[in-house]
Design a protein around this ligand. Structure first.
Ligand SMILES: Nc1ncnc2c1ncn2[C@@H]1O[C@H](COP(=O)(O)OP(=O)(O)OP(=O)(O)O)[C@@H](O)[C@H]1O
Ligand SMILES: [Mg+2]
Length: 284
């Protein structure tokens, strides 16, 4: 598996570094990956970036449902060679592009090396079209999940404060660093009761990582447990659009800013840009 992962990484690395491909993953399931990928993507679109979301949670894909979209084609058609990635990208809210996964397609959940190679090759087609490409992966350290994660150089690991979730995140991070020492891994603590709880989780995880893996992860931020997320999901609306001023939405916008590395100020953007930046900063 290591050889395959290295091969895939080289393929991804060969392309011009135009889009940042970021895998959103977790050790334990149901921790909020899809919600984070969708809303972080939308926050970046709001900041003027071109963003695509690819649902690679094969077999259990559901990003389309969260976005209220009904795709005609999905990754299955790409793997079968019937469509190319760019043909099956559909437009979601605000112009966020989605490439739907093959929900319920069990054989896709057992991707072989060749199919994965086809997929990674076709990622290159998207390179000039997007600033960010998020891969919403399944949970766990199964080969299919880990292959996507190892093929990308930037990884967002999501955990909740639950010990089981943190332990699984640790296991996953250990594997990623072992197989891809160059990986840039960032941590998001979701469903925290308060910011301090999330910070403690990140600090504890990093102290164990320092001790046993001799590495750390960058703590990107927290999202508090928020009933509005569930309410938004029930409406098939991303929380960022359903409740833009909710704490969750503001946390996600803050993460988007950190991710971009814009910080408080960057290049000149004109008066209009200045005011929209002020507005952005005030609303995060
Ligand atoms: N901050 C939050 N507060 C409250 N509920 C949340 C929060 N984040 C996510 N949820 C809820 O948790 C559930 C799981 O979220 P999501 O589908 O994003 O997780 P996932 O990690 O993608 O799951 P899977 O491993 O199945 O792909 C959803 O019902 C969602 O509404
Ligand atoms: Mg998911």
């Amino acid at each position: 598996m290591k050889d395959q992962a290295e091969g895939l990484r080289k393929m991804v690395g060969k392309s011009k570094p135009t889009s940042r491909i970021i895998a959103v993953t977790s050790g334990k399931g149901g921790v909020g990956k899809t919600n984070l990928a969708v809303n972080l993507g939308l926050a970046l679109v709001q900041m003027g970036y071109r963003v695509a979301l690819i649902d690679v949670d094969l077999g259990l894909a559901n990003a389309d449902i969260l976005l209220g979209l009904i795709p005609d084609y999905n990754l299955e058609h790409v793997f079968r060679g019937e469509k190319e990635l760019k043909d099956i990208l559909i437009e979601g809210p605000l112009g966020l592009k989605l490439l739907a996964g093959g929900s319920g397609v069990s054989d896709l959940a057992n991707l072989n090396g060749w199919r994965l190679e086809v997929f990674v090759n076709s990622l290159e087609e998207l390179n000039s079209e997007f600033d960010f490409v998020f891969l919403d992966t399944g949970a766990g350290i199964h080969r299919n999940v880990i292959s996507f994660v190892l093929a990308t150089s930037e990884v967002l690991v999501v955990t909740t404060p639950e010990p089981t979730s943190v332990t699984d995140a640790y296991g996953l991070i250990k594997i990623v660093y072992k197989q891809n020492p160059e990986a840039k891994i960032r941590l998001v603590v979701n469903m925290a009761k308060k910011p301090k709880e999330a910070e403690d989780v990140a600090a504890k995880l990093n102290s164990v990582l320092r001790k046993f893996v001799l590495r750390e992860v960058e703590y990107l931020g927290y999202i508090l447990y928020d009933a509005q997320v569930r309410a938004a999901v029930a409406k098939q609306l991303p929380v960022l659009l359903a409740s833009p001023s909710a704490l969750t939405s503001r946390s996600i916008k803050r993460m988007a800013h950190v991710l971009v590395g814009t910080g408080p100020d960057t290049k000149p953007v004109g008066i209009k840009g200045f005011f929209s930046r002020v507005y952005d900063l005030l609303s995060i």
